[in-house]
Design a protein. Structure first.
Length: 340
């Protein structure tokens, strides 16, 4: 079945908590998450007389219950040999510490995302909270918007059972053996600092994490503690690599359906970001603040969670245009952005 040039080769409906085979020895485990997005795709790879897990789910009692059923039922108590985490976000790393203790399997992560997982679990101190407040205020948000964002917890303790206490480092250009097959590490940034995608080149299968998804664009945001960051440039650079992957690559994404059409999807994601960049070029023909940029991109009726994502994404696009020399930042109590 093809939709918008993408092919979805698996028509079977995936049920929560029930592993389903999508390729020989590769099983999708659909896990619920407490967001509007509703689910994450986790992966179980046959690994000799045991299993390798890729990504772990958001820390909830329901996730723990599902994992217990999978480990004792589907996996029949066979050993878990490796736990691979594509990046540090809670729906991916959330149960990694729990699984590490439950199975005694080593956790494999990139160094930057391992460190980010630990940072995300640490409560903000007063200085960090003050910096975060200044970040939103200087971007032009209203007082009530800033207050609602500050009231939203930044710590990921609710979503991560515990950050893994130890890990085996994955680096781009490296690889790992699973079931006597080589899975290559491809390191990308933009969505997270050092997101790892895993490619089985022999079978043309890519476990893509959040780096490329069939229906939505991953959030590309500037964090409050790195306001001059340019993650959009990094993400577009990653898409320029992904668009060169084999057209027949079977993509196993963290959200949405297994698909083919990576070249078309990467190009469409690039086109979408460039459309937002053009919108902001036009908007900033006169001085505009970040609130105006966010509303131009995403509208005015964002809930607190989506506002936090929208602010980071709007700043990512503005910082990209600053980096290309197309707009300038006019600093003040409220910063303005204007085309040069």
């Amino acid at each position: 079945m093809k939709t918008n040039t993408l092919e979805f080769p698996i028509d079977k409906k995936m049920d929560f908590g029930v592993p389903s085979e999508v390729a020989d020895g590769v099983f999708l485990l659909k896990m619920p998450i407490p967001f509007a997005l509703d689910h994450i795709n986790l992966w179980l790879l046959r690994d000799g007389d045991g299993w390798t897990i890729v990504d772990t789910g958001f820390n909830t009692e329901e996730s723990a219950s599902i994992w217990e059923n999978v480990l004792t039922g589907f996996c029949k108590g066979e050993p878990i040999k490796k736990i691979i985490v594509t990046h540090f976000h809670p729906d991916h790393v959330g149960m990694a510490g729990w699984l590490m203790r439950r199975t005694n399997a080593p956790v494999h992560m990139s160094q930057l995302d391992y460190l980010m997982a630990h940072q995300a679990c640490a409560p903000l101190n007063d200085n960090q909270t003050g910096e975060r407040q200044s970040f939103y205020q200087s971007f032009g948000l209203l007082e009530e918007q800033t207050d609602s964002l500050l009231a939203r917890k930044m710590s990921s303790n609710d979503g991560i059972s515990e950050a893994p206490v130890a890990y085996t480092r994955m680096k781009g250009g490296g690889s790992i053996q699973v079931n006597n097959e080589t899975w290559e590490f491809h390191s990308f940034s933009g969505h997270s600092p050092e997101h790892i995608c895993l490619l089985n080149a022999e079978r043309n299968i890519l476990i893509s994490g959040d780096q490329i998804l069939p229906n939505i664009s991953p959030n590309i945001g500037v964090p409050f503690n790195e306001p001059a960051a340019n993650p959009l440039q990094e993400y577009l650079d990653s898409l320029a690599v992904l668009v060169t992957f084999d057209v027949d690559t079977l993509v196993l994404p963290s959200h949405g359906r297994v698909f083919k059409g990576i070249q078309q999807r990467a190009q469409k994601l690039m086109d979408g970001h460039h459309a937002h960049l053009q919108l902001l070029r036009d908007l900033c023909s006169v001085p505009r603040n970040g609130k105006e940029a966010t509303e131009a991109m995403f509208g005015t009726r964002l809930n607190t969670f989506n506002l936090s994502l929208g602010v980071g994404e709007a700043m990512a696009h503005l910082n990209y245009l600053i980096g290309t020399g197309e707009i300038e930042l006019q600093q003040g109590t409220i910063n303005n952005y204007q085309s040069i």
